[in-house]
Design a protein. Structure first.
Length: 154
């Protein structure tokens, strides 16, 4: 592991920047995600809504897909998520921290299993002021995993 890791504030800033590039035409709620690899590499993503609402993509899934291509899910170390509304001045606003939804938590748990360690989750408000740090195992205890599938009769 190299010494090129980003501070929590830098990771949140990258997630907030990604949120500003979201396509949130329908809800107006932009979410960005920044994923840090073991070597300090970063992959980002943002939500992309669709007129057929259920076909939208969460920021975390967008960023996990980018991370898989950039460095592999087995190298994921930390994930930052931030979200809110884009203000009149073009900046991300909102005072409540944003955590991954249930489906994204499941996808992050899969990455944690591949990485063989508990992934740190940094949840931030749109304005970046409110920040909380947790782990995927705390956010999704007793997750469904490949072990469940391996245990099933074939």
């Amino acid at each position: 592991m190299t010494d090129t890791h980003h501070s929590t504030a830098e990771l949140v800033a990258l997630a907030r920047s990604a949120a500003q590039r979201a396509h949130a035409r329908y809800s107006g709620f932009s979410v960005g995600c920044a994923i840090e690899a073991e070597d300090g590499s970063i992959a980002t993503g943002s939500n992309m809504e669709n007129a057929c609402y259920r076909l939208g993509t969460c920021a975390e899934i967008s960023a996990l897909t980018s991370a898989q291509q950039a460095f592999g899910l087995d190298k994921v170390r930390r994930i930052a998520v931030a979200g809110g509304h884009i203000g009149a001045d073009g900046t991300l606003t909102g005072a409540q921290s944003v955590t991954p939804c249930g489906g994204c938590r499941q996808a992050i748990a899969e990455a944690a299993a591949l990485a063989d360690h508990d992934i740190e989750i940094v949840s931030a408000s749109g304005d970046g002021v409110t920040v909380s740090v947790s782990t995927i195992s705390a956010l999704l205890p007793a997750s469904f995993s490949a072990d469940n599938l391996d245990d099933a009769e074939k």
